[in-house]
Design a protein around this ligand. Structure first.
Ligand SMILES: [Ca+2]
Length: 200
């Protein structure tokens, strides 16, 4: 009887083929969508005062979630922890990747066909992403269900029992071309907590 141990290697320098490369969105984070229980009001993902519970999302730092290594932002206090591209927002994504995976969600309904531009050294490629509402019972666009909470934090009661999700959204990229950055088009629904690249 042989047991197989699945080992995930996080290579922050992102030098080896197949390695997982956490991107750094810090400069573009603007939405605090995570709250602790005391007080439950330090956040608001949906515009109605409800947030992801801080103790049910990955801890800040480099974390392996699903098959990606993500740079999880500060989830304490009023620190911003999501990129919410109310206007088009460009983030650095330097490397040769076979795919990017977003740790993302959406509020006030599904975020369907949000424009995304992949900026390669030799030209741009336009694509789209679709992300299910955070409270969707199951992913509507084939996303991976990476984080499922037992409820939300906020509101007059402090918590509720509505499960909300962080989805894994895969964006194929060309491993034969040098990616430099990614632009998320304007959307009042999508929110991205972290992005990982898989080195091609
Ligand atoms: Ca917060």
């Amino acid at each position: 009887m042989t047991k197989t141990l699945q080992v995930t290697v996080v290579d922050v320098s992102c030098s080896a083929t197949g390695s997982l490369c956490p991107l750094d969105l810090t400069a573009s984070l603007g939405l605090d969508g995570v709250a602790g229980s005391t007080p439950a009001t330090q956040g608001g993902f949906d515009g109605g005062g409800w947030s992801f519970p801080a103790d049910q999302v990955p801890a800040p730092g480099i974390q392996v979630v699903g098959d990606g290594a993500f740079r999880i932002p500060d989830t304490t206090g009023t620190a911003p922890n999501f990129l919410a591209p109310l206007a088009p927002t460009t983030v650095p994504a330097v490397g040769t990747f076979s795919a990017l995976t977003l740790l993302a969600s959406a509020r006030n309904g599904d975020a369907a066909a949000v424009p995304v531009t992949l900026h390669y050294a030799d030209g741009d490629v336009a694509t789209t992403i679709s992300v299910s509402d955070w409270a969707a019972g199951s992913p509507r666009f084939g996303e991976a269900d990476l984080v499922r909470t037992s409820g939300r934090v906020g509101g007059p009661s402090g918590t509720d029992g509505l499960a909300v999700h962080l989805w894994g959204v895969r964006v194929p990229t060309d491993p034969g071309r040098a990616l430099q950055s990614v632009t998320f088009g304007a959307s009042d629904r999508v929110a991205v907590m972290a992005v990982t690249g898989r080195r091609g």
